[in-house]
Design a protein around this ligand. Structure first.
Ligand code: SAH
Length: 259
């Protein structure tokens, strides 16, 4: 196939705060002809795409707004019409973003594709908590994991990864925290392992709740603000519990927040 198409750039929009964007991403947005963006992208980030047609293809946990295959096709079609296409994804495109499906579809259609990294939510949350995900003598590895399994996929062994990790950051798990905690405990994790739930990392509405795996088992399943949230699990979060944020009971998820 002769490739006369434009290039599709899979661009990381960062975790939420519009100024946590790479210069490369900002430049591509400014020059883009068309931008396909996710639900979690900040309006100010989108506004950088001054001359572009903007198309929402947002997916939010639990809501399947636009089918992935349809998005893939739209990217291919857009590249045949425009020279600079941006596919803007929350956080980093290569983590829990279905980037590979888009890359493969573009490749199969003979369309050029580039990827621009972004700051993933885990790293924004670590910054908000002022807590390093690794620490000498305490944590030498970090696992990024999700308990979410898509339709038709094999069951995942996410529990095994969490149980053998020093520090875990769990994506797309906020709607099922009690189940996650119960399963980890059933797999041998200690009740007193610290857990911090960080919602809206990097944004003014950031809220963090410090608790333990044991307490989480009987917790409610709703986030205080209904924003995207991460479960951060591991001994590195012990100081978060002790010092600044005193929470560790079953009411932890119902409003014990710090700014
Ligand atoms: N590619 C994205 C992740 C997409 S999966 C990244 O690298 O960050 C969507 C999940 O990311 C949400 O369910 C939530 O677990 C997490 N998430 C995204 N933005 C977040 C934020 N600002 N604060 C906390 N969690 C966030």
């Amino acid at each position: 196939m002769i490739n006369q198409a434009g290039t599709v750039h899979l661009v990381g929009a960062g975790p939420g705060a519009p100024d946590l964007l790479t210069l490369r991403a900002a430049r591509l947005l400014a020059e883009a002809d068309i931008v396909f963006y996710d639900a979690l992208v900040h309006p100010e980030t989108l506004a950088l795409a001054k001359r572009a047609e903007k198309v929402a293809v947002g997916k939010r946990c639990g809501k399947h707004s636009t089918q992935q295959r349809f998005i893939n096709k739209r990217l291919v079609d857009a590249a045949r019409k425009h020279s600079l296409v941006v596919r803007l994804k929350g956080g980093d495109p290569m983590l829990f973003g279905r980037a590979q499906e888009e890359i493969d579809a573009l490749h199969a259609a003979g369309v050029n594709c580039e990827v621009v990294p972004g700051i993933t939510a885990a790293l924004a949350a670590s910054a908000d908590l002022k807590t390093s995900l690794t620490r000498r003598g305490v944590s030498r590895n970090v696992t990024f994991v999700t308990p979410r399994v898509g339709e038709g996929e094999d069951a995942s062994d996410w529990k095994k990864s969490v149980c053998s990790a020093d520090t875990t950051v769990m994506y797309m798990a906020a709607g099922q925290v009690a189940v996650v905690a119960a399963e980890l405990i059933a797999n041998g994790m200690a009740y007193d392992i610290p857990v911090v739930i960080v919602e809206n990392a990097s944004l003014p509405a950031m809220a963090a709740t410090a608790t333990t795996l044991g307490a989480l088992q009987s917790a409610g399943e709703r986030m205080p603000h209904g924003g995207p949230a991460l479960l951060m699990i591991g001994r590195v979060f012990e100081p978060v519990q002790g010092a600044r944020f005193a929470v560790s009971d079953r009411d932890a998820l119902r409003g014990m927040l710090f700014a």
